[in-house]
Design a binder for this molecule. Sequence first.
Ligand code: ADP
Ligand code: MG
Length: 189
Amino acid sequence: MRANPNIVVTGTPGVGKTTHCETLAERTNLRHVSVNQIVKDKGCHEGWDDEYQSWIVDEDKLLDALEEEVAAGGCIIDWHACDLFPERWVDLVVVLRVDTSTLYDRLKSRKYPEKKLQENIDSEIMDVLLQEARDSYNENIVVELTSNTTDEMDSNVDRIEAWVKQWKKDNPPDGRDENGDDDNDDGED
Ligand code: ADP
Ligand code: MG
């Protein structure tokens, strides 16, 4: 049993995953796990795709690289895919969504190659990441949140922070049983 939950924050590039994860990491005791960074730093790839301007990820190497950290719990996993993480690793999947025109502007300012930009816009329109999350995990742990404005982001972070607090109440450390027989701290905080 982990003492802190693991959360996957996913969605099309540009929806706001990294911004959400960084804010959440400041507001909770969970750690931002940037999969992009790990792929790069630990060489979990089969080289660089020049057309798409991204690494060709080696999923087996990536899972090996993540396993120890994720097993410890308390990770906010930041990645534009979620179907590769085993279900037992994951307590909550947040799928961020954004309006097409907003996403277009965000990706354009990142200077994405035209083909990559268009594919990502199409993917967002067709709910690809949301579907992937629903296909990969119990639907009870998949939450779809919009990320068009900073107000929406603030409210998302508040909701996720509240969820983390509740998860900790529901999953007390060793010594207490699942029925909460020993969980007599209700009402204090
Ligand atoms: P991702 O990690 O999903 O690719 P980022 O977190 O890097 O996305 O965000 C992409 C850009 O969009 C950044 O410039 C960020 O400041 C902006 N952004 C992200 N989420 C929001 C939001 N909810 N409201 C306003 N701007 C946002
Ligand atoms: Mg990012």
